[in-house]
Design a binder for this molecule. Structure first.
Ligand SMILES: *[C@@H]1O[C@H](CO)[C@@H](O)[C@H](O)[C@H]1NC(C)=O
Ligand SMILES: *[C@@H]1O[C@H](CO)[C@@H](O)[C@H](O)[C@H]1NC(C)=O
Ligand SMILES: *[C@@H]1O[C@H](CO)[C@@H](O)[C@H](O)[C@H]1NC(C)=O
Ligand SMILES: *[C@@H]1O[C@H](CO)[C@@H](O)[C@H](O)[C@H]1NC(C)=O
Ligand SMILES: *[C@@H]1O[C@H](CO)[C@@H](O)[C@H](O)[C@H]1NC(C)=O
Ligand SMILES: *[C@@H]1O[C@H](CO)[C@@H](O)[C@H](O)[C@H]1NC(C)=O
Length: 212
């Protein structure tokens, strides 16, 4: 009897030690997940100018159909850097593709903001004037597509796709109608970044229940 009791006790203390270890490990991974999960970069259009649509320019200068722009890419994360693949920008109006532009790949540190200025010439100069609506303003769709890897401590995550875009309204001066930066929002096909992180935590809890 006494012997039985002893082995039982020994078994229980080993088991509870084991359980508390698993519990601690679970809490630790939950904590790591909460503190290290990365947020996607925030993209916005800060500047947009088409000389051809600037009514104050003379006829000769208005032959300049270049699209001039600046996009801002901000890393909102405190602890993660971001490796961007080539950033593909595409400009279109309701019917057709107007122009494309590529920002070469780059790395961005914690909490950093990148301002990328660019200039691109439409293949067909007619597409610019055709974008002008009856009320005198023009609307261009600007889409951004890239893939990013996050640098978490010493390792890099896999690549996540980023696909965002916005409609830019251009006024009679050829510039973006709204003074404030224009936030680029994700299209439907965009990523669900956080989905895989809780899996570690779930696995831990599962192990906990199986052992019990
Ligand atoms: C539009 O053209 C006028 C006349 O040349 C110029 O003063 C103005 O700066 C231009 N607008 C922009 C946004 O550059
Ligand atoms: C567009 O291109 C054609 C031919 O290259 C040229 O004749 C025309 O003046 C251009 N129009 C504008 C608005 O630049
Ligand atoms: C067209 O306008 C842009 C922006 O003002 C300017 O940087 C560029 O040099 C102009 N291109 C030509 C060919 O004049
Ligand atoms: C821009 O790129 C897209 C996709 O690669 C292509 O379908 C489109 O024709 C390009 N547009 C121009 C104006 O080159
Ligand atoms: C779009 O296409 C339709 C028909 O093909 C045309 O009537 C219209 O002017 C086009 N609009 C633009 C902004 O290109
Ligand atoms: C012009 O019309 C477009 C489309 O209907 C609209 O989005 C835009 O706000 C209008 N612009 C002005 C200055 O009224």
């Amino acid at each position: 009897m006494d012997l039985d009791q002893d082995t039982d006790n020994g078994g229980r203390s080993c088991c509870s030690c084991c359980l508390s270890f698993i519990f601690t490990a679970g809490l630790t991974s939950l904590f790591l997940w909460l503190s290290l999960r990365p947020d996607k970069p925030k993209c916005s259009i800060e500047y947009f100018y088409v000389p051809a649509l600037n009514k104050s320019l003379d006829a000769h200068s208005r032959l300049n159909t270049t699209l001039n722009f600046m996009v801002r890419l901000a890393n909102p994360n405190r602890d993660q850097g971001i490796y961007y693949d080539d950033v593909h920008l595409s400009f279109s109006n309701t019917n057709s593709s107007v122009a494309n532009y590529t920002v070469p790949r780059f790395y961005q540190g914690h909490k950093k903001k990148a301002k990328k200025w660019g200039q691109t010439l439409p293949v067909n100069n007619q597409t610019v004037s055709r974008a002008v609506l009856t009320n005198g303003s023009a609307v261009f769709r600007m889409d951004l597509k890239t893939r990013v890897r996050f640098k978490i401590l010493f390792w890099k995550t896999k690549r996540y796709g980023i696909e965002v875009g916005a409609d830019v309204e251009v006024n009679g001066d050829g510039v973006k109608a709204h003074k404030k930066g224009l936030k680029m929002k994700k299209s439907d096909s965009s990523i669900r970044l956080r989905s895989y992180f809780p899996i570690c935590v779930l696995m831990n809890l599962l192990v906990l229940f199986v052992i019990r």
